[in-house]
Ligand binder design. Structure first.
Ligand code: XLS
Ligand code: CA
Ligand code: CA
Length: 439
């Protein structure tokens, strides 16, 4: 990128300095990309990705206030600033040492007044993206289509009551998949922000769900037709901006996929801030999706426990990242998915360096989570206790339940012979104390 404008002047490639003091926030103290843990490099366990929309399109505007983040790449015509933004983003990825990024079609290139114009804009900007990718080795973790911001999508995209709108969404996804192929994206995400309903009175829920399933089937078919090799992901979220979103949480999405026979074509992209918005604990959907073999990728962020909405903050809680990394390591990693920072600096964090500080802090938080998870797994103490807790399923009547051959008559006979089961402690506090030992 020689002779190009530098956006983050004075910021070098971020080094790993494990001995750095508490005030040194422009270096990694824990994330050491090349270090091998349990047979895999840290960077390959973590597969960090920077999201384009919050970090490069975000302005700090909120429903109550105007922009606070004045970025040097937001200059010129929409197409000129789209190019500057892309160059700034690649400078940032390179200095941070992250190998992946994610984007929506409409944050990469401005929407035109017709589909053809939007597509031309995308072609032009993704030509530059391809060039920057090959210069730097940085890759696309996932692409997604913005099917929620334009007014045409106010009543949904794939679940819109008007087939004309659904057709527009289909045309947009077709182009999105072409772009994914062009840039070698490893995944493609569907997030249905307005797929849900605001009033049951005007809504045919059964029809909308079927249309959404058929929409996904069209996407699967086109993906196969063009030979696109990426993983499809659905991202659950219970509300915001819609109410009653169909992709409420991991289990709702898995139920939907199985009902419509789509489960072999999709996995889930879990965002913990959405999980907590659904009323679950931070790690809940990651654990549930993984248990059912459906965890594909993670939008690593956090909400704020004292606010009930989607604040998309950088994940800085070591207990949370330990729980998440324990699940990820236990399932053998996230590839081809990764940890995407769908997170934004606060509108009060107005310095350009805050973008670095936020990502470095979150990457170190995940690196610590990974190290803790590896120690928990290698020690095997907690796993041994859990194994012991379920040990009655390894023989006798328990084993028959385990392999699915038991009958209710056998249950009755067993109880008649053995009587009341003895009370066994769940030992929750013991588990919690042991877990705390590692963090
Ligand atoms: C919004 C979602 C969105 C998806 C991609 O809440 O997190 O940003 O990740 O469209
Ligand atoms: Ca997200
Ligand atoms: Ca979010």
């Amino acid at each position: 990128m020689a002779a190009q404008e530098e956006f983050f002047t004075g910021i070098p490639k971020i080094p790993y300095v494990p001995s750095a003091g508490p005030g040194d926030v422009m270096c990694f103290k824990h994330y050491h990309a090349e270090e091998v843990l349990m047979g895999r490099k840290m960077e390959d366990w973590l597969r960090f990705s920077v999201c384009y929309w919050h970090s490069f399109c975000g302005t700090g505007a909120d429903p109550f206030g105007s922009p606070t983040l004045h970025r040097p790449w937001n200059e010129g015509t929409p197409m000129e600033s789209a190019k500057k933004r892309l160059r700034a983003a690649f400078e940032f990825f390179t200095k941070l040492g992250v190998k992946y990024y994610t984007f929506h079609d409409r944050d990469m290139a401005p929407e035109g007044s017709t589909l053809e114009e939007s597509n031309r804009n995308l072609d032009e900007i993704t030509d530059l993206a391809l060039q920057l990718q090959s210069q730097t080795g940085i890759k696309v973790l996932w692409v997604t289509c913005n099917l929620f911001a334009h007014q045409r999508y106010m009543n949904g995209a794939a679940t819109n009551p008007d087939s004309h709108v659904l057709a527009y969404a289909g045309a947009q996804v077709k182009k999105g998949l072409d772009i994914a192929k062009k840039l070698g994206a490893e995944n493609f995400v569907f997030w249905g922000g307005r797929e849900g309903f605001l009033s049951i009175h005007n809504t045919d829920v059964a029809a909308e769900l079927k249309h959404m399933a058929n929409f996904f089937k069209m996407a699967v078919k086109y993906k196969e037709k063009i030979g696109l090799k990426c993983q499809f992901l659905i991202e659950p979220k219970p509300k915001e901006p819609c109410k009653h979103q169909y992709d409420y949480d991991a289990m709702s999405v898995i139920g939907f996929l199985k009902h419509y026979g789509l489960e072999s074509h999709f996995k889930l992209n879990i965002e913990p801030n959405h999980t907590t918005l659904a009323g679950h604990s931070y790690e809940h959907d990651i654990v549930m999706a993984s248990a059912l073999g459906m965890l594909g990728s993670v939008d690593s962020n956090t909400g704020s426990p004292d606010l009930g909405w989607d604040t998309d903050q950088f994940p800085m809680d070591i207990k949370n990242t330990t729980m998440v990394m324990k699940t990820i390591v236990q399932q053998g990693g996230l590839q081809p998915g990764g940890l995407n920072f769908d997170a934004k600096v606060r509108r009060e964090s107005t310095d350009l360096e805050d973008l670095f500080i936020a990502h470095i802090g979150a990457m170190d938080t995940f690196a610590r989570g990974l190290r803790n998870a590896v120690r928990i797994i290698e020690d095997g103490l907690i796993a041994g206790m859990v194994k012991e807790r379920y040990s009655s399923f390894s023989h006798g009547i328990g084993q028959k339940v385990e392999d699915g051959s038991a009958t209710l008559e056998e249950m009755e006979a067993f109880i008649k012979q053995n009587g009341e089961p003895k009370v066994t402690s769940g030992k929750q506090e013991k588990y919690e104390s042991i877990f705390n030992h590692y963090i």
